[in-house]
Every structure is written in structure tokens, then in C-alpha cells.
Design a protein around this ligand. Structure first.
Ligand code: ATR
Length: 272
């Protein structure tokens, strides 16, 4: 049996098993199964041991272990190295390698959004992006956007974490929490505010041009207060579902060499 896992804490909400088991079935990989496992920090070492012993083939890593897993790994791919964030593990030539597919997952989603007829923006090159948050996933978003030549302003409740991120990604402009740039083309929420239904970001985005696109990495709930308010202001919005599916697609590819499709059946499967 080829076993795959997503590890994190909490993990109950994770939709990764639904996605990967859908592709496993679709591609006839009958000897494979993907499960979720809630782990404590002290368990990380054992996860690596299980991969070394071929008890587990591939692992997805989610909150709060994307950085904490790094000391246990033999190698990082270039994106994981640059972002210091790992969401996929795989053994190659007896070495446990940490990959980051969040960056490419977000990048692919963004690439499909532009050129954009609603916002009349051709590409993100030299465009102004406002990022909220400086948590585990933010470095992947910053990296993908800088790779596309975008200019980034970032704000986080804990200023120190924003300043830390700036050290790895020079060029970021840091704003105090609660402030917003006068103008921008895209606003991305990378904070966890909105995961719980009543949570709200204490920034008022009224008065922004209708061409500004609002992007929330959260996909459950489908529409956070952040996106709801943007929509009511007349702005276009997008949630984190496609990025989530795309990062899963690239992880599946690392493990199986198959690049699976995000087809209608999968989208329906997730909505059940
Ligand atoms: P971590 O910070 O451990 O990497 P995360 O879930 O990846 O955790 O990130 C959570 C993000 O949401 C952080 O940017 C966090 O801000 P802080 O760095 O100040 O903690 C942000 N966040 C969560 N709850 C928030 C709140 N109520 N108000 C403002 N920011 C919040």
C-alpha cells in the first residue's frame, strides 16, 4: 500500500484527502491512499522516519508546521529555500526533500486571472499589490508576486514579522497595521481572519477604484467578510479554492509524475 498524508494541527477541516483520493481513483492507483493526521510538534521526527522507512510515500504539511518541519529535512527545493516554507515532502535518492508548491499554486491562479477584462489589467508587472498578513503562507505569495514583477506593500498586526519578511524579500514596503495604501491594483488577505464566521479585518476599503481585485486565500468559508464587503463595494473578488487545488496538483505531480486535472467532477466532489 502506498500511503500519503497531510499533517497539521488542527487537521479535521482539511480537504486535501478528498482531492488526492479523487485523483488516485481517477488515475487507477488502486494501491494508494491519502489520509489526514493530526500531529504534535514532537511527532515531526517520526513522520520523517516513516518516509525514510517507506511506510509513507508523500506528505503534505500544513499549519502550523510549514517552517517547523525544515530542520528535519535533508534538502529543500529552491522555492522552499527562498520562502522558508514547505508544504510537500518526498524521498528521492534516500534524501527527504521539502518542496513548496504553494507558490506555484498561487502563481498559476494569478496567471489565469491576467490579462483581466474586468479590471482591464494585462499583467501584474509593475502593478501595486497590498498584502495583509505575514504568517506561514505569506512568503509564498510575496515570492510569486515579486517573480511577476509586482510591487508589494505589506501590513501585519505584528510589525516585527513584516519586517522579518522584508529581510528575505527586499523591495517590500511595510505599512502599520490598520493603514492601507492610497491606491493599488490587488489586495490579498493572507491572514487567518475570516476563518471564523464573525471575524473582520479592521480596515475599511471603501473608496477604492472598482478595478481593484480582492483576493482571499481562505476558501472555507467561501466568502469571508473581507470578500463580502469588497463585493458590496462593487469590486471583483476571488477566494483561495483555485490556489488550494493548484498546490495539490503540483504535489500530486511530485509524488506520481502525473499532472492531474482540476475537472468539474473534482469541483463537484468538493462541494458535497
Ligand atoms: P503564524 O503567524 O504562526 O505563521 P499563520 O496562521 O500562518 O500563523 O498566520 C496568521 C496570520 O494572520 C498572521 O499574519 C497573523 O498576524 P500576527 O503575525 O500579528 O499574529 C494574522 N492574524 C490572525 N488573527 C489576527 C487578528 N485577529 N488580527 C490581525 N491579524 C491576525
Amino acid at each position: 500500500m502506498k500511503k500519503y498524508l497531510v499533517i497539521g494541527n488542527p487537521i479535521n477541516h482539511s480537504l486535501s484527502p478528498l482531492i488526492h483520493n479523487y485523483w488516485i481513483k481517477k488515475h487507477g492507483l488502486e494501491d494508494s491512499a491519502y489520509e489526514k493526521r493530526r500531529v504534535e510538534k514532537k511527532d515531526l521526527k517520526n513522520i520523517i522516519k516513516e518516509i525514510k522507512n517507506n511506510e509513507i510515500v508523500g506528505v503534505n504539511v500544513t499549519v502550523p508546521y510549514k517552517k517547523l518541519i525544515i530542520p528535519f529535512l535533508d534538502e529543500l527545493d529552491s522555492v522552499a529555500e527562498a520562502t522558508q516554507s514547505v508544504n510537500t515532502l518526498y524521498k528521492k535518492n534516500d534524501k527527504i526533500i521539502g518542496y513548496n508548491t504553494d507558490e506555484a499554486g498561487f502563481g498559476l491562479t494569478i496567471d489565469k486571472l491576467y490579462p483581466n477584462k474586468d479590471t482591464k489589467i494585462k499583467s501584474l508587472k509593475d502593478k501595486n499589490i497590498f498584502i495583509l498578513g505575514a504568517g506561514g503562507v505569506t512568503s509564498s505569495i510575496v515570492s510569486a508576486l515579486q517573480r511577476r514583477g509586482a510591487k508589494i506593500t505589506l501590513s501585519n498586526r505584528t510589525l516585527k514579522k513584516a519586517e522579518e519578511l522584508k529581510k528575505s524579500f527586499p523591495g517590500i514596503k511595510v505599512l502599520d497595521w490598520g493603514k492601507k495604501p492610497h491606491t493599488c491594483n490587488l489586495v490579498v488577505n493572507t491572514t487567518s481572519i475570516g476563518l471564523k464566521k464573525d471575524e473582520k479585518i479592521n480596515i475599511n476599503f471603501t473608496g477604492y477604484d472598482k478595478n481593484v481585485l480582492f483576493y482571499d486565500l481562505i476558501y472555507n468559508p467561501k466568502e469571508t467578510n473581507f470578500l463580502r464587503e469588497a463585493r458590496l463595494n462593487g469590486n471583483k473578488t476571488i477566494n483561495g479554492e483555485m490556489m488550494f487545488l493548484n498546490q495539490a496538483k503540483y504535489a500530486f505531480n511530485i509524488w506520481t509524475s502525473i499532472l492531474p486535472e482540476i475537472d468539474d467532477g473534482l469541483i463537484k466532489h468538493l462541494e458535497q
